[in-house]
Design a protein around this ligand. Structure first.
Ligand SMILES: O=C(O)CNC(=O)[C@H](CS)NC(=O)CCC(=O)C(=O)O
Length: 308
């Protein structure tokens, strides 16, 4: 099924046979990923043109999965604007992004799409994974909503216009088993524990539009902690800079390896670009074999039979 909306705890559309084939064929190799940094605005056309250019650049660089930040296709400049432009997943905006994937033969992680919600006053903040034929493989709807009074900044109330998801989503891909999350989710380690220790994720995706204040204080530390405690790669594509008069995001897109090392980065001062790194499956195996934390867990309710 190309578009799985079933209320199933895991959406995984490749057969286990194919997933084994991926792992075997890549045992001794590495696969390239990219994390985009950009400054989206409320101009849907301009944002699409930027994404289209970056997809072509990534493809030339040999990237197999390109990850975009939260709200890649639209950042509102006033209350209510996101609800007005929200579309179903099979609507025209997402179709154009699927065409980009197909034309460049590349997988896309489209984090934080404004998906039309259950009523006119609510959308879903949806992370969409598209394969290299342009088919939608999985949808993850942001679970943790940003209802936060940011010191020195403003009060955010994402739940005013967003309906949270409640499904955990992993998907097999050429760059390994992906765990899908969005932005504020990074503060809830139990989600990442489930993705790794219950669903065997290898690469955790964290598209974001962090605030400047919270980003400076917490961004890198949270991401590296998740990589270290799950022994997964973490790919964090970030919005950066000023979107409009009122809104600014903290950049610093990062790719982190399972030992917690930063292996690619776009500094906050750069507004647009791609951080590129190779996912090395033997590195995941070696970190997990030498320090088998999956076998040492005592307290987590997500504990299961040892897995590597
Ligand atoms: O609404 C949009 O346009 C896109 N979505 C966002 O910007 C979301 C919800 S307001 N922002 C975050 O989750 C910031 C998290 C954060 O900054 C932290 O955890 O510190």
């Amino acid at each position: 099924m190309a578009l799985s909306l079933a209320r199933n705890p895991i959406h995984r559309s490749l057969s286990s046979f194919r997933s084994r084939a991926f792992k075997c064929s890549m045992a001794a190799s590495s696969i390239r990923v990219g994390a985009v940094q950009m400054t989206s605005t409320n101009d849907i056309e301009a944002n699409f043109n930027t994404c289209s250019r970056l997809v072509k650049e990534a493809s030339i660089a040999g990237v197999k999965l390109l990850c975009f930040p939260e709200a890649f296709s639209f950042v509102s400049s006033r209350d209510g604007e996101s609800l007005e432009i929200a579309e179903p997943i099979d609507g025209p905006i997402m179709q154009r992004y699927c065409s980009l994937a197909r034309e460049s033969n590349i997988w896309l992680s489209l984090g934080g799409f404004q998906e039309k919600g259950p009523d006119d006053n609510h959308l879903h903040n949806t992370h969409v994974l598209v394969d290299d034929t342009g088919s939608i493989k999985s949808l993850y709807r942001k679970i943790h909503l940003f209802d936060v009074d940011v010191p020195g900044n403003m009060v955010y109330k994402e739940s005013n216009f967003t309906t949270p998801g409640d499904d955990i989503v992993v998907e097999d891909s050429p760059v390994g088993r992906l765990g899908l999350t969005v932005c504020y989710d990074i503060r809830f380690p139990e989600l990442y524990q489930l993705l790794r220790f219950q669903h065997n994720a290898q690469v955790l995706l964290v598209p974001a539009a962090f605030t400047r204040v919270t980003g400076e204080a917490h961004w890198e530390i949270l991401l590296r902690a998740r990589a270290i405690e799950t022994q997964c790669y973490v790919v964090a594509a970030a919005q950066a800079g000023k979107h409009n008069e009122k809104r600014e995001s903290y950049g610093d897109s990062l790719i982190i390896d399972p030992w917690g090392r930063i292996i690619a980065r776009l500094p906050d001062r750069l507004s647009t670009g791609i951080a590129i790194a190779d996912i090395d499956f033997s590195n995941i195996d070696s970190v997990r074999t030498r320090m088998p934390i999956a076998n040492h867990q005592k307290l987590g309710t997500w504990r299961k039979a040892p897995c590597l």
